[in-house]
Design a binder for this molecule. Sequence first.
Ligand code: HXC
Length: 256
Amino acid sequence: MTTVLLERKMPHVALLRLNRPEARNALSPELRLELREHFLSLSCDDTCRAIVITGDMRAFAAGADIKAMADMTPAQMMAQGDEQNWAAISQCLKPVIAAVNGYALGGGCELAMHGDIIVAGESAKFGQPEVRLGIMPGAGGTQRLTRSIGKYRAMKMLLTGSTMSATEAHAAGLVSEVVPDDEVVDAALAIASRIAAMPPLAVAEIKRVALSGMDLPLDAALMLERRAAYLLFGTEDKTIAMRAFVEKKTPTFSGR
Ligand code: HXC
């Protein structure tokens, strides 16, 4: 069975749906591989300018597949090369919007945090419950959560395995927008569609600089920003956009 479904509902936007409803979309090795293949292929697909990733109403994803992991040794975990699966998502320069309904736990919460924007339904729940299983997050949970919501709230979640509601996550800065549950995917698609209408090279540079800059000293990050900003003055879309502004017309971008 296909564990990740690709839908193209509107121009330039790809929608990826995790499809293991019977296991609360737990991230089995097969699913992670399929996700990686989709991201690698969408990364170099010029017809895709933004990606929405979602699960179903009950779960965005309940984390790594515990049944598949229960008997695994450290060597088997290493041999999986799972970091390559995650890298395909984190290195994708197309904006990624996580549309979260239900549980986003463990690897599911980490997957949501691979998004650049997180739209959550009112009933969504976020958490890193790995500690309860005698393990710990392995796909950025200790780092991305701490950077997103700060040490003290993150530590409480990481060390107790407690969950956070969508409203709490929004207040803490983990979620971009909270909407009624049945509007989550449409709200995420609407944001994706707005991004897809922007000049793609500018979008890609903004994503690259915003993310890379977070891990650099401010001076280096500002230098990176300045260089990228100047570079965009060489694009056809900059000429199209500025001319359209002056002539009071709607621009159509070329992606060059
Ligand atoms: C495998 C899972 C699963 C998971 C749910 N299921 N989560 N299977 N891996 N992570 C399966 C259940 O076994 C069950 O299968 C079916 O999905 C429905 O689950 P229920 O528990 O009956 O549903 P519900 O009562 O709605 O509770 C949902 C839930 C709960 C709160 C999400 O299932 C749960 O707590 N899941 C585990 C969450 C978790 O601990 N995640 C972190 C995983 S570790 P059957 O066959 O019984 O119907 C991780 C990082 C690993 O992500 C890092 C390694 C380096």
